[in-house]
Write a protein that binds this ligand. Structure first.
Ligand code: ADP
Length: 334
């Protein structure tokens, strides 16, 4: 099949694109977001006008880009993709905004990483569909108002709390994506296996699902690694035993914790005696930026009950000590 051929010559991102659900109906899980968004889109369609701006928040790999693409598809509108870090100057944003066509969907990933002047320009564009382009410098500078066609902004961020209030307030609809349940990830693995022509058993799919850190992107990636293993060392079928053996080889543990998750827990327990320890100190100990620890590792560790955020700092739970195969010292925090 075409997809299989595509995968043979492709890198991760091409495969990822091929596995993307293309409509709300095809989307697995996130039922609340799906229902709410479905309503927003249907109402907009029946009014024949672009819907309110949409903000999507949640950890990486949960489907923000996928949803942005689905929004454009469901509206039958073109999609423009850019990201906060790509917009350094207000002028960069003005260029994008002024080239939008009516009803276009603008996907702005990592919207919290845009520069301040660009952000201010965006406020105006979102609200009034107009921007002021400043020409010249110093006392001779003039602001030229520029009309832009009605468009829909779909912003994505790993944490909506990082956005300044005025920006957050300009989104008519905000959806927070949650980590997926194992059942949902199992369906995602089965669906992807079918698209990639990989034979898989229910148990095999479930094993991959339960070690995927609640994240579809990871589920799809692990499926491909287990498929490799099954082809080279097995009979090509992804079964429970193949999944277990392959995932052990790739050092994915039973809880699905990845290298960063484990490093955070390890530092918390071994170096800081279970905490409490401040985010900044913890980040330095694992050699990562505090944002990465806070937005990528911590939400999953909190959800798994391994880490607690307290007013005095981060604290390891009993489960964290057990996970590392250690006994919590008597004076440990939690
Ligand atoms: P994000 O933008 O949040 O980092 P993506 O939208 O890029 O995440 O999703 C990552 C991958 O996970 C995509 O390739 C897509 O195939 C898959 N995926 C995400 N959400 C779902 C879902 N609800 N159902 C099936 N696959 C999904």
């Amino acid at each position: 099949r075409a997809l299989v051929a595509a995968e043979a010559r492709a890198d991760e991102s091409t495969v990822e694109a091929a596995l993307r659900p293309r409509s709300l109906a095809e989307l697995i899980g996130q039922s609340r977001v799906r229902d709410q968004l479905g309503l927003v889109l249907e109402a907009a369609r029946s009014r024949g006008r672009p819907p309110d701006h949409v903000l999507l928040s949640g950890p990486p790999g949960l489907g923000k880009t996928t949803l942005a693409m689905i929004i454009a598809t469901e509206l039958n509108a073109p999609l423009r993709v850019t990201s906060g870090p790509a917009i350094q100057h207000a002028g960069d944003l003005a260029a994008i905004l002024s080239s939008l066509t009516e009803g276009e969907v603008l996907f702005l990933d990592e919207i919290h990483r845009m520069s301040r002047p660009a952000e201010e320009m965006l406020y105006m564009a979102m609200e009034d569909f107009r921007v002021d382009v400043v020409v010249g410098k110093g006392p001779g500078a003039t602001a030229i108002p520029l009309e832009i066609p009605p468009f829909t902004l779909v912003g994505a961020t790993t944490r909506s709390g990082l956005l300044p209030g005025p920006l957050r307030d300009r989104f008519g609809f905000t959806a927070h994506l949650e980590y997926y349940e194992v059942d949902e990830l199992e369906q995602i693995v089965l669906r992807s296996a079918k698209l990639l022509d990989v034979p898989v058993t229910r148990e095999g799919a479930r094993e991959i699902a339960s070690r995927s850190r609640g994240t579809p992107r990871i589920a799809n990636r692990l499926l491909r690694r287990v498929r490799d293993y099954a082809q080279v060392r097995g009979d090509g079928v992804v079964r429970l035993e193949t999944a277990r053996a392959a995932l052990a080889l790739y050092e994915v543990d039973e809880e699905g914790l990845d290298r960063l998750d484990r490093a955070v827990l390890d530092a918390l327990c071994r170096r800081f005696n279970g905490g409490p320890v401040g985010l900044g100190t913890l980040a330095v100990a694992v050699g990562e930026e505090r944002e990465t620890v806070e937005e990528v590792a911590e939400p999953f560790l909190v959800r798994k009950g391994f880490l607690a955020r307290t007013p005095r700092g981060r604290v390891a739970t009993q489960a964290a000590w057990r996970q590392l195969g250690l006994t919590a010292p008597a004076d440990a925090a939690a």
